[in-house]
Design a protein around this ligand. Structure first.
Ligand code: HQG
Length: 216
């Protein structure tokens, strides 16, 4: 994650210059604080709203002002601006903002029910995991484990990065998303490149071998 700056004409931008006009702008948040704020914000909205002093409705929404309060009381260097910068520039679309509300787009362990979106779902999706999980996943299917839903990726590279959070040698599984949908299961796009579903039974899974190119 890089610094976030404010371009006077184009708002919050990542990196050293505005990609639209080239202005260097003013730094709103450095990379380290950005990472910390993002982790705390998504943690609060996904896993520990109560500890953070915020309340989620059934669809996962919290009052923007309550989250600002939670963030600014935790970090004395943070202001509303900093949270807005994190949300506006999140590379994975982790946050959704609507009016005066904010929610996590995916990743919840607390019980929430996000309405489906009509974004298209590719026929093939991917899931990155640690080698030691593969046998059990291929036998029992993908399960949500500590979260409410299973999370899938739109590309092999994205799946590999997800798996790399758990292991240095991630394994990528190919998911027959078309088959999953045909079987009547809901698959929903969330954020930039994440797809959520209840479970993935083994018949819709196979292992992508190292060096194998994904099928079109
Ligand atoms: C594994 C992050 C054994 C599963 C990421 C995974 C993602 C099984 C782990 C999002 C299993 C759960 C979610 C089975 C599933 N037997 N292991 N039957 N079924 N597993 O962290 O998908 O950056 O809860 O393979 O990038 O890794 O935070 O899920 O390894 O998008 O925005 O159980 O969270 O997003 O791990 O990650 P996790 P995940 P952010």
């Amino acid at each position: 994650m890089s610094d976030v700056r404010r371009c006077p004409d184009h708002g919050y931008v990542e990196g050293i210059r505005c990609p639209v006009c080239g202005t260097s702008g003013q730094v709103v948040l450095d990379a380290d604080r950005r990472r910390r704020l993002s982790k705390f914000g998504s943690g609060a909205l996904r896993h520990f709203p109560e500890d953070a002093g915020i309340e989620l409705d059934d669809s996962g929404w919290a009052d923007w002002s309550a989250v600002v309060e939670a963030v600014t009381s935790r970090y004395d260097w943070a202001e509303e601006d900093a949270l807005a910068a994190v949300v506006a520039t999140d590379p994975k679309g982790r946050f959704e903002v609507d009016d005066c509300r904010i929610r996590a787009a995916y990743g919840h362990s607390v019980a929430v029910d996000l309405e489906p979106t009509d974004a298209a779902v590719p026929d093939v999706l991917y899931h990155g995991t640690a080698p030691e999980n593969v046998e059990s996943i291929l036998a029992d299917g993908l399960r949500p484990m500590n979260r409410q839903l299973v999370h899938l990726s739109g590309s092999v590279d994205a799946a590999r990065s997800v798996g790399a959070r758990h292991t240095s040698e991630p394994v990528v599984l190919r998911v027959d998303a078309a088959g999953l949908l045909e079987s009547g299961q809901r698959v929903t796009k969330r954020g930039v490149d994440v797809y959520t579903t209840q479970t993935v039974p083994p018949r819709f899974l196979d292992r992508l071998e190292a060096g194998e190119q994904p099928r079109e």
